[in-house]
Write a protein that binds this ligand. Structure first.
Ligand code: F6R
Length: 241
């Protein structure tokens, strides 16, 4: 694992955006695995800015997102599709037909997951998979106790994740209780994994996940077994290591 310690959130965002940008320049038709959440917002905004300046061309890029809430439509401002559109897709020249997320509107979980696995196989190996880190060590919506061999599946959100995500909703009751997520096996099949982490509140889990034992209780700890992981984290997030 390569670790880049950055001064702060902005520095983290710029460094991570540089890594993604280099990937797009080296392989214009690359497949990017993307994440939502608050951590990648700065890096998406940096990528959009470079695109605006004429320095970055997304026209041949394909994207696959980690996860989507079950039951939310693309038009719902809390859906991950909406988030991606707001923060990246509509700001760059990506072909929307090449942007994929699990279908949150498909009520049949088995069907939704099967369809997403088919999409993932058809786009080919993910060149860079971007990940954020949950306070309990989750990656995607793979919560503690996750099965390392899982592909796309439907999960029930833990109370901790519901509480953490509540800030995006009007009330806790509105946070969906289920989500479709790429599994650990899917995530681990990416060529390169880029993890972004910021803030002191993540310091403890950073230590546990990357400097502690590999265990399904800390899903991100599995990344210690991947041969190409880049962690870009600010000083605060690395303050316990
Ligand atoms: C988002 C995702 C989640 C987040 C994680 C960290 O698509 O899959 O695993 O990456 O919850 O979220 P933030 O960045 O908001 O702390």
């Amino acid at each position: 694992m390569i670790i880049y310690k950055t001064k702060d959130y902005d520095d983290m965002s710029r460094k991570a955006a540089n890594i993604i940008s280099a990937q797009i320049i080296l392989k214009p038709d690359c497949v990017l695995g993307l994440a939502t959440g608050s951590t990648p917002i700065g890096l998406y905004s940096q990528l959009a800015e470079w695109h605006h300046m004429g320095a970055l061309d997304f026209s041949q890029v394909t994207t696959v997102n980690l996860d989507e809430y079950k039951g939310l439509t693309k038009e719902n401002p809390q859906s991950y599709y909406y988030f991606m559109n707001e923060n990246l897709f509509q700001k760059v020249n990506i072909d929307k037909n090449r942007t994929f997320l699990p279908d949150g509107t498909e009520p049949d979980s088995e069907k939704a997951c099967r369809q997403y696995n088919e999409i993932l196989s058809s786009v080919g190996t993910v060149d860079i998979q971007l990940l954020g880190l949950g306070h309990n060590g989750h990656i995607g919506f793979n919560e503690p106790g996750t099965f390392f061999q899982a592909e796309t599946h439907c999960v029930s959100l833990t109370e901790q994740t519901i509480k953490a995500n509540q800030r995006f909703f009007a009330s806790e009751e509105e946070v969906p209780r289920e989500a479709y997520t790429m599994g650990i096996k899917t995530i681990m099949s990416a060529r390169h994994i880029l993890l972004v982490v910021s803030g002191e509140d993540k310091a403890e889990i950073v230590k546990k996940a990357f400097f502690g034992p590999i265990t399904p209780q800390v899903p991100a700890s599995v990344l210690q077994l991947h041969n190409h992981v880049t962690l870009v984290a600010d000083e605060a997030a690395l303050s316990q290591v």
